[in-house]
Design a binder for this molecule. Structure first.
Ligand code: F1X
Ligand code: MN
Length: 436
């Protein structure tokens, strides 16, 4: 199988170059700010030892910033986190094959993942800060700034779920609505904006019809037909879905609304939510972010928020929602390598009827972050990652996209010459596993 080369910052006209040159160092700078702001509290709460550790984290961030800017070699990791061995084996293999290992010369996906892993290494090497999430303030602030939109969303969900014996056409419409809410929530990521405000401050439902024109691929009805078929093939059997999550905050709230809708309307009987095991790409959701979101709903004055979180906790308790975080999602591999490196995860996904992937990074990993042509086939780009049928809900924030027709390309280009990287446009792209 002949494949295009990986996206890389060595191409000066690429978004990868811009990211490695400007955005990544800015994200590291924000962590220095975060540590500097909290240093006196750390000293006060945990003493001199912790203060020294805080200083060492600041030093590690300065070093990281310097090494990125100077295109220094990528070196092996040295902390005790369980994924170190697999990371180092990957880096060592590349080195043995004579592949360039430096910030601007290596594949973009590798260096970007490596940067977040290096950030966490600085924290993992401490005694007092090894559970600190350097992005937690940004994530929480962004959710709190989206409170009104969150209220509108949860109120509408409450209405829709109260409706009993929903007609088929209504159910179909509601399905589209929650898919699109979840899709456009992906505009709220903090890595693209390097941590600046990315909250949702419009009514998310009003926006949907306007946003239709930004939807460059819409396979919603294929997905719906597929789900209906799963039910009609065997009325009684259990239907399992998996939702591979992306960002915390308002995006996560929208994703949970979709997950709730799918369970409550019995479009599936069990849904597994996949989180990240460690802070990742600034805003990616971890277990702590999910727990924090639940606690915000619980302590709210709003009856609707409280009722919603009660229902969500019930889904977890009765096993209809399974919450998990696999190490694979924070390794530098793309999804075609999952079978080799995390066969347990791959096998569990083969038992699912539908995988819903959220966001840009998941898209990059599905298609290997390679320099595909816009009209290349999505099926081909998956390179054998075929555990089960899948759909991606993604806003475009990197210069890779598959199977886009000429008309849509011209349309988007005319509206915005940077259409591939601003998060303005979105796709709901579907791949059906062939029947055997
Ligand atoms: O996966 P997400 O949250 O949708 O996006 C993550 C992201 O902002 O990070 C990269 C830039 O650093 C981009 O490829 C991508 O847009
Ligand atoms: Mn993300």
């Amino acid at each position: 199988m002949s494949l295009p080369p990986p996206l890389s910052a060595k191409d000066k006209n690429s978004f990868a170059y811009e990211t490695v040159k400007d955005r990544l160092p800015l994200i590291v700078t924000r962590i220095v700010d975060f540590l500097a702001r909290h240093r006196s509290d750390i000293l006060h709460d945990f003493g001199e030892d912790a203060d020294r550790e805080c200083k060492s984290c600041i030093g590690a961030m300065d070093k990281l910033r310097y090494e990125i800017a100077r295109d220094k070699p990528i070196v092996l990791l040295g902390d005790q986190y369980p994924d170190v061995e697999i990371w180092n084996r990957c880096l060592q293999d590349m080195r043995n094959k004579g592949q360039a290992l430096s910030w601007f010369q290596s594949p973009w996906l590798l260096v970007e993942c490596y940067m977040y892993r290096c950030i966490m290494q600085a924290f993992y090497l401490t005694k007092h800060m090894n559970t600190t999430d350097p992005f937690y303030e940004m994530k929480q602030r962004s959710f709190l700034a989206s409170e009104n939109a969150a209220h509108t969303l949860l109120s509408q969900l409450d209405n829709d779920l109260q409706m009993k014996n929903t007609e088929e056409s209504t159910l179909r419409e509601q399905f589209s609505t929650y898919m699109e809410i979840s899709l456009w929530g992906n505009r709220c990521d903090l890595s693209l904006s390097a941590g600046s405000d990315s909250s949702q401050n419009h009514d998310p439902f009003h926006q949907l019809s306007e946003l239709k024109q930004c939807l460059l691929i819409n396979h919603e009805s294929d997905v719906y037909q597929y789900i209906v078929k799963q039910h009609s093939d065997d009325f009684n059997h259990d239907i399992y879905f998996d939702l591979i999550l992306d960002n915390a905050g308002f995006e996560l709230l929208g994703d949970l609304c979709l997950a709730d809708f799918l369970i409550s309307k019995r479009l599936c009987s069990r849904l597994t939510l996949h989180l990240k095991m460690m802070p990742w790409f600034v805003s990616d959701a971890t277990r702590q972010d999910l727990d924090w979101l639940f606690s915000q709903l619980e302590k709210s004055q709003s009856e609707i928020w409280q009722k919603t979180v009660e229902r969500w906790k019930e889904h977890v308790k009765n096993g209809q929602w399974i919450i998990t975080a696999h190490q694979f999602y924070t390794l530098p591999f793309d999804y075609s390598q999952m079978r080799k490196y995390s066969s347990d995860l791959y096998t569990s996904l083969t038992n699912s009827h539908l995988l819903i992937f959220k966001g840009d990074l998941n898209y990059r990993k599905l298609v290997g972050d390679l320099k595909w042509n816009l009209n290349d086939k999505f099926d081909y780009a998956l390179r054998g990652f075929h555990p089960t049928s899948l759909v991606v809900l993604r806003t475009l924030k990197s210069d890779v996209q598959l199977e886009l027709d000429e008309q849509s390309i011209n349309y988007a280009k005319n509206l915005d010459s940077n259409w591939m990287v601003t998060g303005q446009f979105g796709v709901i792209q579907w791949w059906k596993k062939p029947d055997v």
